[in-house]
Design a protein around this ligand. Structure first.
Ligand SMILES: Nc1ncnc2c1ncn2[C@@H]1O[C@H](COP(=O)(O)OP(=O)(O)OP(=O)(O)O)[C@@H](O)[C@H]1O
Ligand SMILES: [Mg+2]
Length: 579
């Protein structure tokens, strides 16, 4: 609960006012039956018309105050709960932004979306409900019991029987029902998961003609949810009729005993009337309480899931030394010293083993190896998207852990293998990496990345809108925009992870040539599977199953490294057969 306090802070006023208004409302309502009984017993009994008017006037006035207090309560409760939800969403969103890649590996994006929407909505509802009912119900219960006892302690003993009966029944029903609600929440998570995965991959599903399979998968999960939901509501619907029964029996008992008392002259009609109203209020309050408890238990599962995110400590953060030093990457020397890495701390085997190499500033280095040889893994360690398991990575002769993440990632720009653009114009996308870039810079970067020509071919050119409502780019066009976006950041070390895989060989060569010409000072690290596309690199590092098995220029490796030679020969052969 303490974790949630900061999200309430802005709404302190509403949080105090809402319960205060409830107290006023309860007070106005609770005296009504008493006044009513006075009208009947004193006003009507003694035929005192002015008393009736007077008391009636007070009743109307109190009703108006109650209505006003109630409206105020609704206003402040919704203000606080909706505001809390918005703050919490904001908090969760920025927390997720802090997540490192390994944190992100733990939560699927479907689950993150469910948590940030559905779970927060449930919390919002329960807060709204608490602000309305949590104080109202016990207060009403207390007042009503006290007044009922005061009116007639003997009759009030009926409550002493009715309350435990009702309380025990509600308890038993909730105990049976609540586990179903918890399960329901989990099932709902699964349904959301299936829907989201399906929507993200809808094109794949269509091209594989797997709609039927997906529909069956969805129906199954959906059905499970339905079954649990039916069971859950099936148990709790019992609360209402049980309550009705207890209430009616209590009223009959009160009328019976009270009637006898009236006949014997020790009780009055008005008193009986108000007594019945108080009993109804007592039982209604109990019902409200049980509903609140139910809502709370249902919200617990959601709360746990929200807290799981809020409590996640991002694994990659700035060290104190890094903040103190506040050094920028300037030259672009990259050094690996005995680096080992595995994705999961427990058990699993090392993906990278004893990696050591040095890249001089401004050089172009290629990392090649078969698919799965850990090329992407290796380069993701340089901007600290993952932390090394052991060993060190140095940039400009300083450990990367001694740079702040901001400085490190400004200096080292990685174009991920699966790169994405955002919806918006081409220009907005390019500027996304560097908000201060001028139009001239943008055009230059696009030219280096061989993107300028295809951009100019669009009628709207750099203002072309991408995404859902606009143009869809080809894979190769996207890749070139991603390269241009990275160049615009003017990084000291530029890393391209298979970033030209969807670009034809001729264009790829042009990109490389413009890099050689214009980005001479930039250390460029490129991963690739085709030797032909990186042949001219200053240095080539050959990876095999997470180990370096060759390091040198193309000329050196061809002569000294048999594996390299074989790969080269086989790729040349393939090229020959294709042609
Ligand atoms: N996020 C991850 N969590 C756990 N294991 C991973 C993760 N990413 C990659 N791996 C594993 O690490 C190994 C190396 O993968 P990596 O993506 O680095 O290879 P790669 O050389 O880049 O391959 P490709 O040429 O296909 O891009 C693979 O066995 C893969 O299963
Ligand atoms: Mg890869």
């Amino acid at each position: 609960m303490r974790k949630y306090f900061p999200f309430f802070l802005t709404y302190k006023k509403a949080l105090i006012l809402a319960p205060l208004l409830v107290i006023i409302d309860v007070f106005c309502e609770i005296v009504q039956p008493e006044l009513m009984s006075k009208i009947v017993d004193t006003g009507v009994g003694q035929k005192n018309l002015s008393y009736i008017y007077q008391t009636g006037g007070i009743m109307v006035l109190l009703s108006l105050v109650a209505i006003a207090a109630n409206i105020g309560n609704i206003y402040y409760s919704s203000h606080a709960s909706v505001g809390f939800a918005a703050e919490l969403r904001k908090g969760m969103f920025s927390k997720i932004q802090e997540f490192s890649f390994s944190d992100l590996d733990r939560f699927s994006s479907a689950s993150l979306t469910t948590r940030i929407t559905n779970d927060i909505n449930i919390l919002q509802e329960v807060i709204m409900m608490s602000l309305r009912l949590l104080i109202r119900a016990p207060l009403m219960l207390l007042f009503a019991v006290v007044i009922a006892v005061r009116i007639n302690a003997g009759l009030a003993s009926i409550i002493a029987v009715a309350i435990p009966v009702l309380a025990i029944t509600i308890y038993v029903i909730l105990r049976r029902g609540l586990p179903f609600f918890e399960k329901m929440q989990k099932k709902l998570d699964q349904v959301n998961g299936v829907i989201q995965e399906n929507l993200i991959n809808v094109r794949v599903i269509k091209s594989f003609v797997r709609e039927d399979f997906e529909e069956r998968k969805f129906s199954f999960t959906n059905n499970e949810l339905r079954k649990i939901a039916v069971k859950a509501s099936g148990t709790v619907v019992l609360i209402m009729p049980v309550m009705q029964l207890v209430m009616n029996i209590s009223i009959v008992a009160i009328v019976w005993f009270g009637g006898n008392k009236i006949i014997s002259g020790t009780f009055q009609v008005g008193q009986l009337m108000s007594f019945i109203t108080y009993i109804t209020q007592i039982l209604m309050s109990l019902m409200m309480l049980s509903m609140t408890i139910m809502a709370f238990s249902r919200a617990e599962a959601s709360s746990e899931r929200v807290l799981e995110i809020l409590n996640t400590k991002p694994t990659i953060v700035d060290s104190i030394t890094a903040k103190e030093k506040n050094v920028q990457v300037t030259r672009g020397k990259v050094e690996f010293k005995n680096v080992c890495f595995k994705y999961h701390a427990e058990g699993s085997e090392y993906i990278l083993k004893n990696i050591s190499f040095t890249i001089a500033p401004g050089k172009t280095v290629a990392i090649i190896g078969a698919t799965g040889s850990a090329k992407s893994t290796l380069i993701q360690l340089i901007p600290r998207l993952y932390n090394v398991s052991s060993g060190n990575i140095w940039i400009d002769d300083m450990d990367i852990n001694d740079y702040t993440l901001k400085n490190l990632r400004t200096g080292v720009n990685l174009i991920l293998q699966q790169n994405e653009l955002f919806s918006g114009t081409i220009k907005q996308n390019l500027k996304w990496g560097n908000a201060t870039a001028s139009d001239k810079d943008i055009i230059t970067a696009a030219k280096y990345a061989q993107a300028h020509d295809f951009i100019m071919a669009f009628p709207e050119q750099y203002e072309t809108v991408l995404g859902q409502s606009g143009v869809n780019l080809s894979g190769g066009q996207k890749q070139r925009l991603c390269i241009a976006r990275a160049i615009l950041r003017k990084p000291v070390v530029l890393i391209l992870d298979d970033s030209t895989s969807a670009v034809d060989v001729a264009t790829e060569a042009k990109i490389r040539a413009s890099f050689n010409q214009y980005l001479q000072k930039t250390t460029t690290i490129i991963t690739a599977q085709r030797i032909s596309s990186i042949q001219s690199a200053d240095q080539i590092i050959l990876l095999d199953h997470g180990e370096i098995i060759g390091n040198g220029t193309h000329g050196e490796l061809i002569k000294t490294n048999t594996v390299y030679h074989e790969i080269y020969a086989s790729q040349q052969l393939q090229k020959g057969t294709v042609r």
